[in-house]
Design a protein around this ligand. Structure first.
Ligand code: DGT
Ligand code: CA
Ligand code: CA
Ligand code: ZN
Length: 571
């Protein structure tokens, strides 16, 4: 993992503090520019620092380069420490609130002495924000909503942010001698998109040694409990982790119980009771006799059930489906034959089309669709008709070159305009293989208008996929106000697939909406929306989410061979 994001976040804090300080207009701007370039850099900033090439990065001059070096070698920046002393504002916390940027932070600090979310909330309680220049009731309400989102983010972490912790803790624990098994349970094992706390289960002879290693990890901020069977810690980035040591003969029962969720456990327990059995975290019992417990599968076997994949264990009818043999055969990563939504440096992507194709080829994809943004998304350097036609020619040449085995598909992520029209004309759309349409503007439109816009776009006969249909960003932005039932209906009438955008902050559609969509017979396209080569790896997060939505291989457009795919999307 590179430290690019970490460096970008340090530069951003400096930029905001400099802006609040207000001594110099240009320096903060230089820092903001560096934040953007470092944050989206294709290379590892640490390598560039080692090779003394930081000033090759656009927007990074001598001064900022020195700051980056200082941070990478010492973990701190003196100038930043000075600024923090002078302006005691928690800018990281405040700037995480949607619609709160440097200007507002400065205004809040100077006029009301606001330094963090807590003091901001106090000011709101006294209705003080509305009296500030350029602020009103509407902005204050937006900020109230934003604070709620940020706080929810404190409580639940995105799956992708928990993943490295899970891997590391399992590795540490499994490395201890005498540890027979260590597994993750809870919402993480069910692959929920966000995780409240992490639950680790261990089968070991010497629980003391396991607990000591666990609470002694480098980044433990707080030890909430340390015992011989259970310990709880909080990590520096706020994630809580519970670790339990469980006897070998109960490990499977413990894994089943602590994987949950509670509703699933309740269904299972009542099924056990019907069969004259008793189920708890120690095992499955008939009277005093233990029928199963060492292995999780043994519990399901003994209840005459197939093993139920953790992604389905939400108490949404999975036990009934297991009983009557109608559990879905869930999609797997290996079923995916291609990625239908990705960007390049032609719009707001980082890597060139050749680099993206090399990365896609190494995934052994059969096809890969390049779908840059279109003209009305000016911040992303969106393509107009002329540039799109050039791109189409270029892809013809690339396909003919024989350099890649995969078929390169011509696509675009076409912007849905305010009136529901598309920002590329039909003659050009007609020459594309895959047309994805998305909302990127006016996201606060009313439900009627938003639904109308999207449905109007879906009726264009060139459209194949609706991109990130609800626009939500986990812990950052709510879904648009939109009538999805109506959107699904129009999509079905017009043979348009729904995207499951695998970007870890999007995972849009969510599991419930996916299940509704496939129930109506809609096809799903699981796409990474990659803006750089490494992001092609995000496909797995889309697959996890699809599984939570009961999605099978047959439901997913990009599991079909290209010839069949073309037939399916044909109008
Ligand atoms: P989270 O942490 O909020 O993302 O969600 P979970 O599902 O990981 O919840 P957590 O950590 O509170 O508990 C882990 C599992 O333990 C939960 O999914 C089911 C099981 N469990 C916890 N408390 C109870 C309970 O009171 N009754 C039953 N039947 N199961 C429980
Ligand atoms: Ca948990
Ligand atoms: Ca827990
Ligand atoms: Zn998009």
């Amino acid at each position: 993992m590179t430290r690019n994001r970490e460096v970008a976040s340090v530069l951003k804090e400096i930029a905001i503090l400099l802006e609040i300080e207000g001594k110099d207009k240009f320096r903060p701007r230089a820092y903001y520019r560096a934040v953007r370039t470092v944050g989206s850099l294709g290379e590892d900033v640490e390598n560039l620092a080692k090779e003394d090439k930081l000033t090759d990065i656009p927007g990074v001059g001598k001064g900022i380069s020195d700051v980056i070096k200082e941070y990478l070698s010492t973990g701190a920046v003196r100038h930043l420490e000075d600024l923090r002393k002078k302006i005691p504002v928690n800018v990281k916390e405040l700037s995480a609130i949607p619609n709160v940027g440097p200007k507002k932070i400065k205004l809040f600090y100077e006029q009301l002495g606001i330094t963090d979310i807590e003091s901001l909330e106090n000011a709101i309680k006294e209705n003080k924000l509305v009296s500030l220049k350029g602020m009103g009731q509407r902005t204050q309400n937006q900020i109230i909503e934003g604070i709620k989102l940020v706080k929810r983010g404190w409580e639940r972490s995105r799956y992708i942010d928990v993943l490295p912790h899970t891997r590391r803790i399992l590795e540490i624990v499994r490395g201890i001698s005498g540890v027979r098994r260590a597994e993750v349970a809870g919402s993480f094992r069910r692959r929920r998109e966000t995780v409240g706390d992490l639950d680790i289960l261990v089968d070991a002879d010497d629980s003391r040694q396991v607990m000591d290693a666990f609470v002694g990890m480098d980044d433990v901020a707080d030890i909430m409990a340390q015992g011989s069977t259970k310990s709880s810690i909080r990590l520096q980035d706020n994630l809580q982790v519970d670790l339990r040591v469980i006897p070998k003969e109960s490990f499977g029962a413990g894994l089943q119980y602590f994987t949950g969720n509670i509703d699933h456990n309740v269904s299972l327990r009542s099924l056990a009771i019907k069969k004259g059995l008793r189920l708890n975290e120690y095992g499955l019992f008939r009277g005093e006799e233990k029928v199963a417990g060492e292995h999780e599968k043994g519990i399901y076997d003994a209840l005459s059930l197939p093993w139920i994949p953790p992604e389905l264990r939400e108490g949404r009818g999975e036990v009934e489906a297991a009983l009557n043999g109608s559990l879905p055969k869930l999609i797997t990563l290996g079923d995916i034959r291609g990625d239908l939504h990705s960007h390049t440096d032609q719009s707001d992507g980082v890597h060139s089309i050749e680099q993206m194709l090399d990365a896609a080829e190494s995934k052994r994809y059969e096809y890969y669709c390049v779908s840059d943004h279109t003209q009305s998304l000016t911040v992303a350097k969106g393509l107009d008709e002329k540039r799109l036609l050039d791109r189409i020619d270029e892809i013809d040449d690339l396909n003919a070159s024989g350099r890649w085995e995969l078929e390169i598909l011509k696509g675009a992520e076409v912007d849905i305009l305010a009136n529901g029209n598309l920002d590329i004309n039909d003659e050009v759309l007609d020459q594309l293989d895959i047309v994805t349409v998305s909302i990127h503007s006016r996201m606060k439109d009313s439900k009627e208008i938003m639904t109308e816009r999207v449905c109007n776009a879906l009726q264009n006969r060139h459209v194949h996929i609706l991109g990130h249909p609800t626009g939500r960003l986990i812990n950052r932005r709510h879904e648009f106000d939109i009538d999805l039932a109506r959107v699904f209906e129009v999509a079905r009438e017009n043979n348009v697939a729904m995207e499951l955008n695998a970007y870890p902050s999007r995972l849009d559609l969510n599991a419930g909406n996916l299940r509704t969509a496939i129930g109506l017979g809609l096809k799903i396209a699981i796409n990474t929306d990659a803006h750089r080569t490494e992001e092609l790896d995000n496909m797995i997060f889309g697959v996890y989410q699809a599984r939570r939505g009961w999605v099978t291989k047959e439901d997913v457009l990009n599991t079909y061979p290209l010839k069949e795919l073309r037939k399916i999307i044909k109008k």
